[in-house]
Design a protein around this ligand. Structure first.
Ligand code: TRP
Length: 475
């Protein structure tokens, strides 16, 4: 392994594999080891709790299959174009979001959206870390044998509520998650993470397929599958579209500049279009399979409805132990599943922390260590009320602190951030310049007209309409 430090930018550090050294273009600020390394890092950011914990919840709360239908449209027509937009801006400017806006339009109001992204990333990390902490808690509970033998949904629910309401445990788990993230980011060992992701994500995918097969063969799986896959168009409304759009941004990790920051390390030779395509596709695939596990398993227990769950009541934490207990070798697979979920979550938390840290390092010339420590402490302390808001402290539970954080940062901020990127690229930087950047490294860009249409008109219009309706939705 070779450590390369960029002197001018102080502590920006990339770890590259020796064999990839030749690929490093000296004129650039640094790059990922290879194209595949970038795709894995970007998918590592995209694939996480958003797919397995948040997606099924959103489906359950927003009418089932009709939500899935809107979500897929949102990915194709808004999510994918915005991801490509972030990649383009990131690679062109080779900066964090604040620096990216400032490079193209120095000291304008646009930089505020960069700041919003850096702050938004840290705020999302604060409550996301709580959920990742639950995954950690479940890993040791599974290892300790909590889910041995046949369990019922009611038992599984009690277990979850007892765990989530225990302040010491949840805060401790949050601390460990933020601690690991801080450590990884302070060391800049992203390449190490990529190597894990390369091996572990395919295993996670395999395990999910296995569980999906078991779930659809459960007696009574039918109603769950039709809830999930047969859209009922009478349930279509603005709320469904709003949350489908929010979920698309959340799951792809868009709107706060994660992908700007990651693409800032990308070399000019890589194909941005196919990279964005692969990341969006693999992310969507994992989410769709997670739903195939959750709904048949849930509906196989008579009398429960997905509407009984919300952002702060689990769902996957109740349902996964149930299905895992129904496969041979469940104890082993349970440990493996929660371990892989934890890794998936950590590759996402790392990407969230990288945004504010890259800002402090690039724009303020802070040492990387100082930046990570400060951001880590901020995320931990801000995460405490979220950790206490699922039964830990009654006032916070009642107020729904975790839910409100997710609504504000996981939906609204992301939509505003995505809107800003589309408008900035279309009307400030200009589409023709973005297309020039995309053309570097990609062959013929077949979807060019669709992308331009989407970034200039379709995505901004949809987002603006949705944001106007927001008051009614949340009021
Ligand atoms: N996409 C990740 C997930 O699905 C979470 C994530 C990573 C994210 N980076 C982000 C969400 C930036 C919003 C913004 O779990």
């Amino acid at each position: 392994m070779v450590h390369i430090r960029e002197k001018r930018r102080g502590a920006r550090e990339l770890v590259l594999e020796e064999k990839d050294m030749s690929a490093l273009d000296k004129s650039q600020r640094g790059s990922w080891g290879s194209k595949i390394a970038f795709i894995f890092a970007a998918s590592g950011s995209a694939i996480g709790l958003g797919n397995i914990w948040r997606f099924p919840l959103m489906v359950g709360l927003n009418g089932g299959a009709i939500f899935v239908f809107c979500y897929i449209l949102a990915i194709i027509f808004v999510g994918f174009p915005v991801m490509l937009a972030e990649f383009t801006l990131g690679r062109h400017t080779a900066k964090n979001p604040v620096g990216a806006y400032n490079t193209i339009k120095p000291r304008s109001v646009w930089q505020l959206f960069g700041y919003m992204g850096a702050l938004g990333g840290a705020c999302i990390l604060s409550y996301y870390g709580v959920i990742a902490g639950w995954a950690l808690g479940y890993l040791y509970k599974t290892a300790a044998g909590a889910f041995r033998g046949d369990i019922t949904l009611a038992q599984s629910n009690t277990l979850f509520l007892n765990f989530a309401a225990n302040p010491l445990e949840t805060i401790f788990c949050l601390f460990v998650i933020v601690g690991i993230t801080t450590f990884v980011i302070s060391k800049g060992v992203r390449a190490g993470i990529e190597r894990w992701t390369k091996i572990l994500m395919p295993i996670l995918f395999g395990l999910i397929i296995l569980l999906a097969i078991r779930a659809v063969t459960l007696p009574g799986a039918g109603p769950g599958l039709s809830f999930y896959l047969k859209p009922d168009f009478s349930k279509l409304n603005m709320t469904v579209i709003f949350f489908a759009l929010g979920q698309a941004f959340f799951s792809l990790g868009l709107g706060v500049g994660t992908m700007i920051t990651y693409a800032s390390y990308l070399s000019k030779r890589e194909n941005l279009v196919t990279s964005a395509g692969w990341v969006s596709f693999s992310d969507t695939l994992i989410a769709v399979f997670a739903g195939i596990i959750i709904f048949p398993t849930l509906f196989a227990t008579p009398g429960v409805s997905p509407e009984n769950f919300s952002i702060d009541t689990g769902l996957m934490f109740q349902v996964f132990p149930l299905i895992i207990s129904k496969i041979p070798g469940g104890y082993f697979f349970g440990i493996l599943f929660f371990f892989l979920l934890l890794v998936a979550a950590l590759t996402s938390t790392v990407s969230m922390m990288e945004i504010p840290v890259a800002y402090f390092v690039d724009e303020r010339n802070w040492p990387r260590r100082k930046a990570t420590f400060l951001v880590g402490a901020f995320c931990f302390f801000l995460g405490i009320p979220s950790a206490l808001s699922v039964g830990g402290v009654p006032a916070l539970t009642q107020w729904g602190f975790l839910r409100k954080m997710d609504l504000a940062f996981g939906n609204i901020v992301l939509a505003v951030g995505a809107l800003a990127i589309c408008l900035f690229i279309s009307y400030v930087w200009k589409v023709k310049n973005a297309l020039k950047e995309i053309a570097l490294g990609s062959g013929r860009f077949r979807l060019k007209h669709l992308w331009v249409f989407s970034v200039k008109y379709a995505a901004p219009i949809v987002i603006v309409i949705i944001l106007i309706f927001i008051r009614k939705l949340t009021g």
